[in-house]
Design a protein around this ligand. Structure first.
Ligand SMILES: Nc1ccc2nc(N)nc(O)c2c1
Ligand SMILES: [Zn+2]
Length: 373
């Protein structure tokens, strides 16, 4: 156990939980949503703005930062926190998922993965040991074990072999991580949509021992129905006194459904990526600001929202700057979306602490009309 890192459960309501992860760089209120800062920036946001939306922690990526500007360079410059001017906790993904989704000329062996950079074609290697070294060089507070995200769909035997390799890599990650005081190492459960494989993976991870446990291998195209089917049992296989992190999720109703099933942490590019394409997520559904019907609308995106975009700008203005492809469009809509996602998390934390999650969820679902509003 890494001292200086701890998780305290404050309340549960059904399978939903709320609590606090304490780290030397600050507290993380759970359930927590992590904005994605892939290459050392949450796109279109200043770090202070990210904090203003209510984020306690953000996510960085081993794959992107090792390729550019390079992990050793970031370390020479004082580490990722100083480099990107974010002094609160950072969780870094371990790279395997991004290698498989972004790089070319990949070759996977028991040792690890060799690949060519999607930026300049240069050759690179990622192994559990190198991934731990990169995340240490970055100064990551929460390090993810090096795994293979089993592609979906996968035949049962293919999934089994993939999961078992990830479990061998989890052991190597733990051994290479050492005991970085104040830093945590999270294991990642695999096993696709196969219950007995999820069970075997959870047992293997518990035998190694981690500071937190992620549910990996989901949000890979299986759809919400199958994801929830797995979440109906997978989180419960993981230790209940450690944080449970669902990777790559998701839309607002995915997030609520995951917390309802026992998930404590999530990350997704959705609020920032969709903000850059003119999409606003609101408590009543999605608003596509590209749509001409907003051209003369003096109202804010959401009257009930206190973010700078809703306080100071009309839909007409946002429609204009989106259509004109002005930078402020991505800035304002990213800020609004991240603010709204954090509002969902704050609402759930409060509801769980008061034993009112069911009525909060009912209210959340009833406000959302389908389609554009
Ligand atoms: N949907 C996702 C997103 C990110 C992931 N990262 C790792 N390391 N492993 C997985 O299974 C992921 C799945
Ligand atoms: Zn807003």
């Amino acid at each position: 156990m890494a001292t200086g890192f701890s998780f305290t459960l404050a309340a549960t309501d059904g399978r939903a939980r709320t609590g606090v992860i304490t780290t030397p760089r600050g507290e993380i209120r759970t359930p927590a949503f992590m904005p994605v800062g892939t290459a050392g920036t949450v796109k279109a946001m200043l770090p202070d703005s990210v904090r203003a939306t209510g984020a306690d922690i953000l996510l960085g990526n081993t794959y992107h930062l090792m390729l550019r500007p390079g992990a050793e360079r970031v370390a020479r410059l004082g580490g990722l926190h100083k480099f990107m001017n974010w002094e609160r906790p950072i969780l870094t993904d371990s790279g395997g998922f991004q290698v498989m989704s972004l790089s070319s000329l990949r070759k996977m062996t028991e040792e690890g993965v060799t690949f060519s950079s999607h930026i300049d074609g240069s050759k690179h290697v990622l192994t559990p040991e190198r991934s731990m070294e990169i995340q240490r060089l970055l100064g990551s507070d929460i390090v993810m074990a090096f795994d293979e995200c089993t592609p979906f769909p996968a035949a049962q035997d293919v999934s089994l072999e993939s999961m078992r390799r990830s479990m061998r890599w989890a052991r190597r990650s733990r051994d290479a991580f050492g005991d970085r005081l104040g830093h945590a190492l999270f294991g990642i459960q695999q096993g696709s949509v196969f219950r007995e494989q999820r069970e075997e993976s959870a047992e293997a991870l518990k035998a190694v021992g981690f500071d937190g446990y992620a549910v990996g291998g989901l949000a890979v195209g299986e759809g919400q129905g199958q994801m929830f089917d797995v979440l109906n049992y997978a989180p419960g296989m993981l230790p209940d006194d450690k944080p449970r992190y669902l990777m790559g999720v998701g839309k607002p109703d995915d997030i609520v459904g995951a917390v309802k099933r026992g998930i404590d942490m999530m990350d997704c590019v959705l609020p920032s990526r969709s903000g850059r394409t003119g999409q606003a997520w609101t408590r009543r559904g999605q608003v596509n600001l590209r749509n001409a019907r907003h051209a003369d609308d003096p109202r804010p995106v959401d009257e009930a929202c206190s973010c700078p975009a809703c306080r100071n700008y009309s839909r007409a203005y946002l429609h204009h700057v989106v259509r004109a492809n002005e930078m402020i469009a991505g800035m304002l809509l990213t800020w609004h979306n991240l603010h709204y996602f954090q509002e969902i998390m704050a609402g759930m934390r409060e509801a769980i602490s008061k034993g009112r999650f069911a009525s909060w969820e009912n209210d959340f679902q009833s406000r959302r009309s389908e389609g554009d509003i």
